[in-house]
Design a protein around this ligand. Structure first.
Ligand SMILES: Nc1ncnc2c1ncn2[C@@H]1O[C@H](COP(=O)(O)OP(=O)(O)OP(=O)(O)O)[C@@H](O)[C@H]1O
Ligand SMILES: N[C@@H](CCC(=O)N[C@@H](CS)C(=O)NCC(=O)O)C(=O)O
Ligand SMILES: [Mg+2]
Length: 503
């Protein structure tokens, strides 16, 4: 189709959308808000390249798989053609519980007895968690020198909905380390606004919420940097060897430069080779003192060899504000999430806060321990008998780690009598209703997909000693994936960036 033909189609579709409707007759329970567009092949062919150009213009970018460490050739980060519908009450609920979750994570991270008892059996069988825990114990033994705490997390939810019932906000998990895409999502709204405008949906375009998590995240880092109290010190982003998501990180970094806070990027390898602790365990690297270490790495076993573990230990022993510190990373494990759902646990951790407890608990779905006890035996048997009901989760981050269906059954059958099972938790599967959308991804054919979405809310808090200086939510991230993928986010190459269309 030529540009002139395209514009003609577009103008016609505004005057009379029905005239261009395709014949596809898929019916989905989710709103038919964009039905006039979704089934109109010509309109889709016309608008998809416009959307891609808008993403490139707005900076919704990722480096390529082939060249992950250079920006000479980059591509757009995957995103939906159209915003997905999100209920205003569920969005509000997710925002209103975020400060409670910040408090909860902070409490857990300070509660050694809770972390010790909750992770006791897990660390006997899971080497990665055990290594983290070893560092945690070592730092405690030596005495924590860090006086300022900075938490940046993202609590993720899906909208659970059995047919005909109202959807409920159910937490998938909370990410306490390297919670990503706050930068690119800040730029995705403008892309969707443009797409809707081009489609003649001016009113809908004007309703898209502004959203800027990278700014909120940077404000938290800036506050921690300020409280550290040395204006010569830098913020260090601890980054991976393979840095495909650098633009997302740059969004946060550039917000800091705007505040005249200097940022450096280093890998574990650099820390191992060049970092040292000076007076009062101040952290130095390449002649700079580091006030804040912001981890965008360090949450998967493959990030660590012997030297990188040593580098991690050095960072944790330092006075620098680690985001997260090792205790807060442990507070984000799946095992802790499961323990939090046990009756009475929230009440113990947040005494005198019954409203916060109720708000938090309302977002939990069934979470089950696989400890070597009667209850664990019962859950293993139940999951083997009905694997479609559950998700089996190891203590891992980064997407693509969970087990479902036949694989879940197979693994549980193999380890059901071994303590290895305690390295996993079991969770009820959340069942959102699918909606139709186009997932735009470089080098992929343009096709309509049945999709489900996941909403994340960013939370930021800063504590100095006992005083909570900052506790806020910092915006949202909506990600959408085709229903055939049970697991995986954007970084894992499964989900794409989206924008909520709130109704
Ligand atoms: N209980 C559940 N019901 C349905 N889907 C789930 C459930 N738990 C996880 N998932 C799916 O699996 C994905 C990964 O799960 P989860 O976030 O727990 O793992 P992760 O490895 O920590 O991922 P990430 O690094 O993206 O946070 C989720 O984004 C979601 O799509
Ligand atoms: N290291 C990369 C990826 C980090 C990452 O995968 N973070 C997880 C939490 S541990 C996440 O937020 N994933 C969201 C997604 O991939 O959709 C980065 O810093 O951007
Ligand atoms: Mg995670």
């Amino acid at each position: 189709m030529t540009l002139v033909e395209g514009v003609w189609y577009f103008l016609e579709s505004i005057k009379n959308p029905e005239s261009l409707l395709g014949t596809a007759s898929l019916s989905f329970a989710m709103t038919a808000l964009w039905d006039d567009i979704l089934h109109n092949d010509q309109l889709i062919q016309y608008v998809a390249p416009i959307a891609v150009d808008a993403a490139l213009l707005e900076g919704v970018l990722m480096r390529t798989k082939d060249d992950p460490n250079a920006s000479d050739v980059v591509n757009y980060a995957p995103f939906t053609l159209l915003p997905s519908v999100v209920s205003s009450s569920l969005l509000e609920q997710a925002y209103s519980v975020q400060q409670d979750f910040n408090l909860l994570v902070d409490e857990v991270s300070q509660n050694t007895a809770f972390l010790e008892s909750t992770l006791a059996s897990t660390i006997k069988v899971d080497d990665f968690t055990a290594q983290l825990f070893k560092i945690y114990r070592q730092v405690l033994k030596e005495g924590v020198t860090q006086t300022v705490v900075l938490g940046i997390n993202r609590s993720d939810y899906m909208f659970d909905q059995e047919t005909n019932s109202t959807p409920a906000l159910k937490q998938v998990e909370i990410n306490t380390i390297a919670a990503s895409f706050g930068g690119l999502t800040s730029r995705t709204t403008a892309v969707h606004r443009h797409v809707l405008n081009v489609l003649g949906k001016f009113t809908e375009a004007s309703k898209l919420l502004t959203n800027n998590p990278s700014k909120g995240i940077a404000m938290g880092i800036a506050k921690a940097w300020e409280l550290y109290g040395s204006d010569r010190a830098v913020v260090m982003f601890l980054v991976e060897e393979t840095q495909r998501n650098i633009f997302d990180q740059r969004c946060v970094e550039n917000e800091l430069w705007k505040r005249n806070i200097r940022v450096i990027r280093r890998r574990f390898k650099d820390v191992f080779e060049k970092a040292s602790l000076g007076n009062d365990k101040r952290l130095h690297i390449d002649g700079e003192e580091v006030a804040v270490v912001y981890y965008r790495e360090g949450y998967v076993p493959k990030s660590y060899n012997k030297q990188n573990w040593e580098a991690r230990l050095l960072l944790e022993r330092s006075r620098a504000v680690k985001c997260p510190d090792i205790a807060t990373q442990l507070a984000g494990t799946k095992k802790v999430q499961q323990e939090l759902s046990q009756p009475g646990t929230l009440e113990k951790l947040l005494p005198n806060k019954p409203e916060a407890v109720a708000r938090i608990r309302a977002t939990f779905t069934g979470l089950y321990s696989l400890e070597m006890d009667e209850e664990g035996d019962k859950m293993v048997a139940m999951a083997i008998a009905d694997p479609e009901r559950f998700v089996l989760k190891p203590q891992r981050e980064g997407g693509g780690n969970n087990l479902y269906g036949g694989e879940l059954k197979q693994v549980l059958e193999k380890i059901k009598d071994s303590p290895e099972r305690t390295s996993y938790i079991l969770m009820d599967k959340i069942r959102p209703l699918p909606a139709l959308n186009y997932l735009l991804r470089a080098h992929s054919p343009l096709k309509i997909s049945e999709c489900v979405s996941e909403l994340g809310i960013f939370g930021v808090y800063v504590r100095q000693g006992k005083d909570l200086i900052m506790n806020k939510h910092a915006g949202h991230l909506l990600r959408t994936k085709a229903v055939e993928h049970a697991d995986g986010g954007v970084a894992a190459g499964v989900a794409v960036l989206d924008t909520p269309y709130v109704i």
